[in-house]
Design a protein around this ligand. Structure first.
Ligand code: NG1
Ligand code: ZN
Length: 487
């Protein structure tokens, strides 16, 4: 009886919007986020019942509308196996989601509980809640929580939208930990590979490993599928994001993708200001994935190429009012000229607080303060990525869809004298050994979307080979044949 009273009371908080008709589809319930509170609350109840039915077991309740637009949201349930809710329960999900009144809802639940012989009261149920970054997520998560705990003996555990950091067993994890404890306690970041538990600096961990090998670092794996993850390098001046897509596979969001996200965000603010008298430029190196360059050109941006190495990119970026630079490996930052920041600050004085223009100017000024303009560093880069994702309401998966990387391969060739390789300024063509560029061009021509170049490393005694093509097989084979030419 107390159970019925509690359900009646909580369901009063979530009236069913008129004309809402839902069905539990391929990925649960989806719809306009403003209409979904009652649905999510009811799915919370269902999840508790499912947990009690299968006890002892934990049920997952996920709030997301995946690739759909940000104003949509959705809710789906996972069984203890990690798979979707058993289809046998879908009709019940439909019935309760569409129950027109609290009384109707309670009688459907009562009937179902009796039929399924679920014993309420004498057991413990647990439901794990998670959501993506959609702005509506937080309120819907609260609705789910109320639904779960309105079934007696059931508790909801909020997993939040967590970010997991791979500290490369270097200095970045330590510093991030200090920051989280001291200043950023409202950020939910889990840190792994801090170096405290005996891991070795940069060994099978960190940004360089993840980017070059295209695999998850040590300490990350199947339990992290879909979770937003970020790797620093050992001295925390590089960052790359990734998520485990399935098994051992990862989707890498490298420096090019971070650059693209930042460029899109800055451009969006400048559009509000009718470009705001800004000369915006982006700087890449020959190692930038060709798909990223196409994407940036598609945004109508001025893309400039510089020699490998932060000092070269920095110099070029400083020629713009706002210059964004990144190496594919995750080194980079955004530079704002002092004059341009003063212009923004002056402009803001004439704008009415809260207007679109005022907000756009404020965002740009805030970015200029948040990002490390000296040389860039992984922590300020991480903070800006997180802020922009939240602003866009994007998950890491959604961000990854900006463009699809062309398959690429990097190899290094040990040679007796790397200075024998000499390139043009932008490092895209080899001038020496004589004739080698013609031979490389001959190889490139064999592949669709083929691109390749060689250059002597500035940090190791090797000649680096980079190749890109429309398939991974082709990229590998192009890299191999160019490497043969170097040997
Ligand atoms: P070299 O060894 O010159 O390729 C490497 C990186 C640079 C830069 C420097 C400094 C690649 C291909 N090269 O330079 O981008 O990060 O180290 O750390 O990643
Ligand atoms: Zn570094």
């Amino acid at each position: 009886l107390t159970q019925i009273a509690s359900l009646l009371k909580s369901s009063d908080l979530f009236p069913l919007p008129q004309s809402l008709k839902l069905s539990y589809g391929t990925a649960g319930f989806r719809g306009d986020a403003t209409l979904l509170a009652s649905t999510v609350y009811r799915v919370g109840i269902l999840s508790s019942l499912r947990s009690l039915k299968l006890k002892p077991s934990t049920i997952g309740l996920m709030i997301t509308a995946s690739h759909n637009k940000v104003s949509d949201n959705g809710v789906k349930v996972s069984d203890p196996s990690g798979g979707m809710l058993s289809q046998e329960w879908e009709p019940f999900a439909d019935q309760i989601a569409n129950a027109s009144s609290p009384q109707k809802l309670v009688s459907l639940i009562k009937e179902f509980v009796e039929r399924e012989e679920i014993s309420i009261g004498d057991g413990e149920g647990e439901v794990w809640l998670a959501r993506d970054t959609r702005p509506s997520g937080e309120a819907l998560l609260r609705a789910a929580e109320i639904g779960v705990s309105s079934v007696s003996g059931c508790v909801a555990v909020d997993l939040g939208v967590k970010l997991v950091l791979d500290g490369a067993n270097g200095v970045g994890g330590e510093k991030m930990d200090e920051l989280l404890r001291g200043y950023l306690s409202n950020l939910d970041i889990e840190i792994r590979n801090t170096g405290r538990d005996g891991g070795v600096l940069n060994e099978s961990v960190g940004a360089d490993f993840v980017q070059k090998e295209n695999v998850a670092p040590l300490g990350f794996g199947v339990n992290d599928v879909g979770v937003r993850c970020v790797s620093f390098d050992g001295d925390a001046d590089r960052l790359v994001y990734f998520y485990v897509s399935s098994g051992e596979k990862i989707e890498l969001l490298d420096g090019d993708k971070i650059l693209s996200l930042f460029a899109l965000f800055v451009k969006e603010q400048l559009n509000v200001l009718d470009n705001g008298c800004c000369r915006l430029g982006v700087v890449q190196t020959a190692y930038a994935n060709g798909a990223s360059t196409d994407y940036l050109n598609g945004l109508g941006l001025d893309v400039v190429f510089a020699k490998t190495g932060v000092k070269h990119l920095h110099e070029k970026a400083a020629e713009f009012d706002v210059g964004i630079y990144f190496e594919a490996n995750g080194h980079g930052t955004i530079l704002f000229s002092e004059d341009y920041v003063s212009l923004l600050v002056d402009k803001r004085k004439g704008l009415s607080e809260g207007s679109d223009e005022y907000n756009a100017v404020s965002r740009l000024v805030a970015v200029s303060k948040l990002i490390n303009q000296a040389v860039g560093d992984a922590i300020s880069g991480l903070l800006l990525v997180e802020v922009v994702l939240r602003h866009m309401g994007w998950s890491v998966q959604k961000w990854n869809e900006l463009y699809k990387d062309l398959p690429s391969r990097q190899v290094k060739v040990e040679v007796p004298d790397r200075t024998a390789a000499v390139t043009t300024r932008e490092e895209t063509e080899a001038l020496r050994p004589l004739g080698i560029q013609d031979a490389i061009n001959g190889e490139i021509r064999k592949y669709k979307r083929g691109r390749a170049f060689i250059r002597p490393s500035g940090t190791e005694d090797v000649v680096r080979v980079y190749a890109e093509a429309s398939t991974q097989e082709d990229a590998d084979s192009l890299a191999d044949s160019v490497a043969q030419l170097v040997k």
